[in-house]
Every structure is written in structure tokens, then in C-alpha cells.
Design a protein around this ligand. Structure first.
Ligand code: ASP
Length: 333
């Protein structure tokens, strides 16, 4: 009996169409439906019975919280309803793919694989990378080896963990990497290679129900003589959370620290990440006084996902700090 897989399509370049096969940048993302992507790879029929659902069909820069809510609800319901479902594959634009992967890592508590996949070239391109990426994502989602590894990203034959993976380049099929740790494994025509055992996994928001309205959590970016009006505007607008993309190991400028210090109102929940692209942000002696928390290994965009969920769950600063230190993926260098 053929194994069952659910394919959730959300758009992106993997579903993109250009007017000419030589056009790699000038195209419409999210122009093809998920079932057309599946039909373009008939070899998938030999692997599994795949049902396709269209959750969205957008450029991933236009993904909305309501799309995240729908994805999470659908994956939870599909796993709960069908014990024989082998896993879920999600086609997604590459620009924000890592944010969705990390969201699912924090919310989906199931041993079965959830695999995200995209493409750097539109479906109409010469040497489009989407069809092989999709085939390999399905191989991974069906594999015993991928069970228990949480949300995974498969691009260009590499298998990445949701927490580490990031898009590192604007062009080229090898645009994804996992700085610091490297990819988890790879997939080829021999099979799925995941040398490290999955180990036990903590899913901090496994029970969290996602609301219609999400909190406002802006990201502030550090640089030479930053405009502290950005931070002031966040405070004035009563943002519930703020992520700092600090310089170096997550540092704020003296001007930004003064804005925080002088703020008379309730402070938002605030995480300090860094703009270096790899390496952790550790505790700093001023964190308590300024109401900050170090974001550990998380990039600013993934720190924001964590903060959004923490705010939805109503966590205090102390509770979020405890969650970060109890989650080795975030806290360990
Ligand atoms: N613009 C695309 C997106 O939806 C880029 C891609 O998928 O590679 O993110």
C-alpha cells in the first residue's frame, strides 16, 4: 500500500512563472497551483499518495499571520486525524521560509517530519531547481531517518534544521546554509542521510492556540549613529515586543540605551539578537536594568517569531528567560 503524504502549497518562486525560460529574476511568484507542481514531477507517484492543499499562493514577502495560523491548524489536524500520514511537505517562497520553519518547530509536536521546500529559480526557468527540490523534500518527509528531527528545510540536496537554517544569498541554488552548525544531512538518489540521531525534542508551544490578532513586534537594526527615533516610535506605539538587531554580540548604542532608560511607561518584552549572521548573544549585566533578554542563537527574524509566540502565550520576561535557557536549540552556542 502506498504511503500517504500531505503537500501544503503556499506559493513562492517554486510556483513562479516568467515570460521566458532565461528570466531568473523577472517573474511572478505564486503563479502556479500546488497540484501543477506535483504534476510536473510524475516520479513522485512512485513514492507516495500525495494529497495537495493550497493554503496560499503568494510571494513569501507577502505571507501573513493568518497564513501561519492556517498552516499550523491544518498540520495539527492532519496529524491528529490520520495516524498513517507519513509527513507533511510545504512549498514556500525562500525569502521568509526560515521564519515559517522556525514557527512550526516551536508549535508542531509530532515525530513525523514537516519539511519545507522552495526554489531559487522559477518553475519556467532553464534548469529550474524546484522539481528536484520537491522530489527530495518528499524523500525526506517519507524517511524513517527524519522522524523526530522537527521541522526541516530541504534545498539543493541539503537537509537543514529549522533553528539554524537561513537564506544567505540572493542568487544561486545553494542559497541556504546553517551557520555555526552546518546542515543536518543530505539527500541523494541513494537515500536520506541524517548522521545525527534525533534525540528528545522540546516543543515549547505545542498546546498554544493562535489568535486572529497578533501582537506588534518590530525589529530595530543597529548601526553607526542609529536613529533612536525608531526605538522611540516603537515605544510610543505601544509595541508589545521589540527585537534589537544589535551590533557585534547584540550590543545597543548608548543613545538607544538612554531611550530605554528614560521611557516612563511599561516596557515591551525585548530580545537582543545580532547582525553578524552567526554566533550567540549572551547575558549582559545591563539586561535587567533595561528590560532586555539575550536571544541566544536566534537570528533577529527568528527571535521575532519566538517573541510573537511568547506574547500570544502571555509569558512574562522571567518566563521567557526560563524558556530560552531550557531550550538547548536556542541557548546553546
Ligand atoms: N520572492 C520569492 C519568495 O516568495 C523568492 C523565492 O521564493 O525564492 O520568497
Amino acid at each position: 500500500m502506498s504511503r500517504r503524504l500531505l503537500l501544503l502549497a503556499t506559493g513562492g518562486t517554486i510556483a513562479g512563472q516568467a515570460s521566458d525560460p532565461t528570466r531568473l529574476n523577472d517573474y511572478t511568484a505564486g503563479a502556479m497551483a500546488g497540484d501543477a507542481l506535483l504534476a510536473a514531477v510524475p516520479q513522485l507517484q512512485d513514492l507516495a499518495t500525495i494529497s495537495v492543499e493550497q493554503v496560499a499562493n503568494v510571494d513569501s514577502a507577502d505571507l501573513l499571520f493568518e497564513h501561519w495560523r492556517a498552516l499550523v491548524a491544518r498540520i495539527r489536524a492532519a496529524f491528529a486525524a490520520d495516524p498513517e500520514l507519513a509527513g507533511v511537505v510545504i512549498t514556500h517562497g525562500t525569502n521568509t521560509l526560515e521564519e515559517t520553519a522556525w514557527l512550526l518547530e516551536l508549535l508542531i509536536d509530532d515525530l513525523r517530519p514537516v519539511v519545507l521546500v522552495g526554489a531559487m529559480r522559477p518553475a519556467t526557468a532553464l534548469s529550474a531547481d524546484g522539481p528536484l527540490n520537491l522530489f527530495q523534500a518528499v524523500q525526506v518527509a517519507l524517511s524513517r531517518e527524519a522522524r523526530g528531527h522537527g521541522a526541516l528545510v530541504v534545498m539543493d540536496g541539503q537537509i537543514h534544521a529549522a533553528q539554524r537554517v537561513t537564506k544567505m544569498a540572493t542568487q544561486g541554488v545553494r542559497a541556504f546554509a546553517s551557520p555555526g552548525s552546518g546542515s543536518l544531512g543530505w539527500v541523494d538518489d541513494v537515500g536520506v542521510h541524517l548522521p545525527m540521531a534525533s534525540g528528545s525534542r522540546r516543543v515549547p508551544f505545542a498546546e498554544l492556540a493562535l489568535p486572529e490578532q497578533w501582537p506588534k513586534v518590530p525589529i530595530v537594526y543597529g548601526c553607526v549613529e542609529p536613529e533612536s527615533l525608531m526605538l522611540q516610535a516603537c515605544l510610543n506605539a505601544s509595541a508589545m515586543g521589540v527585537v534589537f538587531t544589535g551590533t557585534g554580540a547584540g550590543q545597543l548604542s548608548a543613545a538607544e540605551r538612554s531611550v530605554l532608560q528614560a521611557w516612563p511607561g511599561k516596557r515591551p518584552l525585548m530580545l537582543r539578537a545580532n547582525r553578524c549572521g552567526s554566533g550567540p548573544v549572551h547575558h549582559h549585566y545591563e539586561d535587567e536594568r533595561l528590560g532586555l533578554l539575550p536571544a541566544g542563537n536566534l537570528s533577529p527574524q527568528k527571535a521575532r517569531v519566538l517573541l510573537l509566540l511568547a506574547l500570544i502565550a502571555g509569558l512574562s520576561r522571567g518566563e521567557l528567560a526560563a524558556m530560552i535557557s531550557a531550550t538547548p536549540l536556542i541557548a546553546t552556542p
